[in-house]
Design a protein around this ligand. Structure first.
Ligand code: NAD
Length: 557
């Protein structure tokens, strides 16, 4: 409502420039990134503190938000603030090289780790859902996922279509905070995209930010425009207003089969993230309030219908993959036996990169000045010129990506590269080439920071899909190394009970101390990715570990 919106407008202040509102750049970075997560151009529902991904929040409630802001403003350079599911709980005296903030979000003892327990705790005000980068304050808008999405579609094009999606149609659903990156990534790879979303306002937002080209609420028109563009070999994205659970079966009955098929509705959260079949947004909102159990029942049933249609399209030739929202699991639980017949995107397209410690590395200009990001782009083009794919990405990003909130950039860098880049950025801050410090972080969806058996760790070579010691070790070693803030979450991406993961953010403020911290953290963090995959027996990871001299006690040879 408008009154709620006013709360966000009043409380969320995007600080920029070189003047501190806190006692140091580390605290300042946390403050500015918290504000950035909730910036109206960045967050999906700032009025509800929701950043993205269903109900992924940045703080538990507005009182907690105020207390976090107050604590960060008062925090000394040798103190650490602890945040429990979006509520600040204590400030301890630690030391200068310790993290300024430690965050734990949505963690529930394993035997109880399901949505029912979560909702009960949430209702009592004892917990919030942190998703991945929402509760760990390093969300940068849809850009955060664009390169990963582009990497996925580019690899798919390599494997199936000779390197380009030109002349193909990709069908997907869910044009929300993350899913909204799909149409842009598909057109970047040369293809045509039909992106279904039941909420028209989401499609409008993608059009405003140029992630989607055109909008229609007619299935026939969407198919016609898509087929025309496909025939002409044109890249084009179409936002189609409607419910995927209803439209996919419709498409099948019309004989329409896309070349590529996936889905990024918020199926991980049946209550808040998915709209049941044949239901308007208004009716959905009402039922969600009046009878949540019935809502969840209908929502899961619609997901089963949706996945059954995906399997049928796959049988008829569509290259089909799960895009990390756990929709296969729900459908399987609902009796769709073949739900797991199509693979997840990580084993299908991404894992080789994880083996080299590569993943969605990102940085943000705390100054608020886009010029700072332009200068760091130049560094990538100069220092990593051997990587044509990466340089191509940076040029495309410069041309096509509109910043949301603080200017930022993302690119997939691996072990060795991240530490090298971190030092360069710190030097640029020290010399004054950049106008203010830069904050460096990553998604929790990364090579060594997540255990998620239906997503990042699906089908591991040694069967260790459900082992979650790795993200915990990752968080601990990054904290020891002196990251600026470290977080440990449960349930991100795929929902309660299905994942544990950690986040890391570190500030390059141009000091020598920061240089040492960056060197440590930007080595251990991607290092955990190499080690995790080497331990599971992946050759690329074993070779990377050997080449880079990572000391793995029990690695053969
Ligand atoms: P979001 O909640 O912002 O958006 C979800 C969208 O799905 C909304 O726009 C909603 O209107 C739409 N939707 C819901 N039910 C629908 C239906 N039946 N038919 C059509 N549209 C429907 O979420 P998000 O941040 O975009 O994330 C989407 C999902 O993808 C989440 O499950 C998230 O965990 C997962 N995810 C995957 C990756 C990845 O790289 N694979 C990354 C981030 C998030």
């Amino acid at each position: 409502t408008s009154t709620q919106t006013n709360i966000a407008a009043e409380k969320v202040i995007q600080y920029t420039g070189t003047e501190l509102n806190t006692k140091g750049w580390q605290q300042e970075a946390a403050l500015r990134m918290l504000m950035n997560n909730l910036h109206p151009d960045v967050a999906e529902h700032p009025d509800k503190l929701v950043v993205y991904g269903g109900i992924g929040k940045a703080a538990r409630n507005w009182e907690s938000f105020d207390a976090i802001v107050r604590s960060l403003k008062e925090l000394e350079n040798d103190e650490t603030l602890l945040v429990q599911s979006g509520k600040p709980v204590v400030v301890f005296k630690t030391h200068e090289n310790a993290p300024r903030v430690l965050i734990a979000n949505s963690n529930i003892v394993p035997a109880y780790a399901n949505w029912d327990t979560f909702h009960e705790l949430d209702k009592k005000g004892l917990m919030m859902y942190g998703q991945m980068t929402a509760g760990s304050w390093i969300y940068i808008g849809s850009q955060g996922i664009v390169q990963g999405t582009y990497e996925t579609f580019a690899e798919l094009a390599n494997q199936h279509f000779g390197g380009s999606l030109k002349g193909t149609i990709t069908l997907t659903a869910g044009l929300g905070g993350m899913g909204g990156a799909q149409p842009l990534a598909v057109t970047m790879a040369g293809g045509v995209c039909i992106g279904i979303d039941v909420d028209e306002t989401r499609i409008d937002r993608r059009i405003e930010t140029r992630y989607t080209d055109v909008k229609t609420d007619s299935l026939d028109e969407a198919i016609r425009i898509a087929e025309e563009a496909k025939a002409e070999g044109k890249a084009l994205s179409i936002g189609l207003v409607g419910n995927a659970a209803d439209l996919l079966p419709e498409m099948l009955s019309r004989g329409f089969i896309p070349e590529v098929l996936t889905d990024q509705t918020s199926a991980h959260d049946p209550l808040n993230g998915y709209v049941p079949s044949k239901m308007s947004m208004e009716d959905a909102a009402k039922l969600r309030e009046s009878d949540p159990e019935e809502y969840v029942r209908l929502s899961k049933k619609a997901m089963a219908q949706h996945v059954a249609a995906m399997v049928e399209m796959m049988d008829k030739g569509a290259i089909t993959f799960d895009y990390g929202n756990n929709i296969r699991q729900v459908a399987k639980d609902e009796g769709v036996e073949r739900a797991f017949d199509f693979p997840g995107f990580v084993p299908a397209y991404i894992r080789p990169q994880f083996c080299e410690g590569k993943g969605p590395f990102r940085w943000v200009a705390l100054s608020g000045d886009p010029e700072d990001i332009r200068k760091t782009d130049e560094v990538i083009l100069r220092e990593f010129s051997y990587n044509k794919h990466l340089c191509n990405w940076i040029k495309m990003a410069q041309e096509k990506i509109q910043f949301q909130g603080l200017p930022s950039r993302i690119c997939w860098l691996g072990y060795g590269e991240r530490a090298r880049f971190g030092k360069i950025i710190n030097d640029m801050v020290a010399s004054g080439e950049l106008s203010a410090p830069i904050v460096i972080g990553r998604d929790h969806l990364d090579s060594g920071s997540v255990a998620s058996p239906n997503r990042e760790t699906e089908s591991m070579k040694d069967g260790s899909d459900v082992v979650s010691d790795w993200p915990i070790l990752n968080a601990m070693i990054n904290a020891v190394g002196g990251a600026t803030w470290v977080s440990l979450h449960h349930g991100g991406g795929v929902g309660m009970g299905y994942s544990q993961h950690s986040g890391v953010v570190i500030v390059a403020d141009g000091t020598k101390e920061a240089e040492a911290r960056l060197e440590r953290v930007l080595t251990t963090d991607p290092g955990m990715g190499v080690v995790r995959h080497a331990d599971a027996g992946y050759d690329i990871a074993i070779q990377t570990a050997k080449e880079k001299g990572i000391k793995i006690p029990m690695l053969e040879g």
